[in-house]
Design a protein around this ligand. Sequence first.
Ligand SMILES: C[S@@+](CC[C@H](N)C(=O)[O-])C[C@H]1O[C@@H](n2cnc3c(N)ncnc32)[C@H](O)[C@@H]1O
Length: 510
Amino acid sequence: MHPRNPYNEALDFKLLASKYPPLQAHVNQNGGIDFLDPAAQRALTKAILKTDFDLDVELPDDRLCPPVPNRLNYVLWIEDIVEATRKFTNPSRGVSGLDVGTGASAIYPLLCCRQNPIWKMFATEIDPTSLSRAQRNVSTNGLDGRIHISRATANDTDSSSPSSHIFGPLFADPNLEIDFTMCNPPFYSSAAEIHNSKTEKEDEAFSVCSGSTNEMIYSPPCSSSSSAVASSLPSPYAECEREGGEVAFVARMVEESLVKRGRCGWYTSMLGKMSSVPKIVGLLKAVGITNYAVTQFVQGQTRRWALGWSVGGCWRLPDAISRLSHLPSSHSLAKVQPSRTTLEYSLDKDPKTALHDTLEGAKLADILEVEKVASSTGVVVEFLVKARANTWSRAARRNLKQKAAQAPGDELRGPGEGTLKRKRGVDEGQGGSSAARKKGRVDGDHPTALEQDEYRMICTVFLLAPTRDLGEVASKRWTLRVQWVYGKDEDREMFEGFASHIERKVSQGA
Ligand SMILES: C[S@@+](CC[C@H](N)C(=O)[O-])C[C@H]1O[C@@H](n2cnc3c(N)ncnc32)[C@H](O)[C@@H]1O
């Protein structure tokens, strides 16, 4: 369960029914609801949407009835992903996303827009009946101006048509740039698999499922030759296609994301089966995508997973968003976790002064900038560090001085000594055309990146005070947290080197 999900506690159905009378008929004397009754499920979903989100939604009997707490988990995770980057770029800019296969309810765009007044959503749907019902739900709630739903065409039709692509709106409009995609894909490859999963209790065991074939089953067209890049990259995709169901569906997304690259900040999808997670992570790695995230949504007896990936983008997500916490190393998902971006060190002395001195020491005008930022709750002090080059190791400092000496008049100055023209020599390794640099981004990067392609590493450094509730010993210890925010794969070592430099200096008392 997402920590911000308000449905962490059992719902009081009687209280809810008092606010939404149509639910009353489905609440029994003990205050319970029969989750095996589809009408009761629909009434509950409508009651929650109306009472807590002011959304009036019609749910057809022959389509999936979305459980709100579960769908909200995914929306909250998407919010975390968007915020993780946006706070470093332009916090007031608009956000837009794409929901693939929005269903008859249009649940994700409706929740996204109600939760976030500045968001706009695109959505697609392949089933004409669901599409018109979804459109009606959007109009009923006065959200036509913020939610645009388009028809996706059959998965095996002419691939030159934008709508035959999973990310149809990105293919239809070459100027469209979005922050994220999301999707609850058809999980299964066949009716037989649905039957087997019910017997194995892998499915939502506590409730009935009114899903139609389109909603539940995906079997790819004979080969992926209809899709954008299949012919050039056959093998890892072929394996996923053979599997069918959600693995094949998300594999198509991965293919298309490699075509649309930085036109979307984060591509994401939910997964209904834990066994699908390593398969998709394997595919991401096989096609060279290393900046990805894995999470899990647990709601009562239902467990779902979600994956997110960024193509060519350098924004990094904190471990709390991108990794499953508390996984024993023997867990089958432990091996597919992305590399850490949050490094924490436990310190026994008050490190405030030492941290301040260490950062001052690393500061170098126009090469490494340090900015104190407003701290969030529980954080004693927080700094934003932006580096164009390594300034902290002895060798790096020597190197920088030599370069400065070779270019008279362009000498490097120390902290607080004013601005100097930046030397090209210190930022080697930066990719991207000069045109892209002028636009403020490296080719393939997230379009919202402003000036950060000028930096090789951006990270935040936090100090957390000792907490009382961790017991005698732990309560005396401070936590130094260094969070990688921005950087290319090849600069991971630079980030890790910086973090261990800070830790070493602070432990030594600077
Ligand atoms: C599991 S349902 C999810 C519905 C809704 N998003 C929800 O979470 O309740 C999957 C949806 O994807 C739609 N779908 C299947 N293939 C699609 C495609 N290629 N493009 C767009 N929608 C598709 C189905 O018709 C179905 O409505």
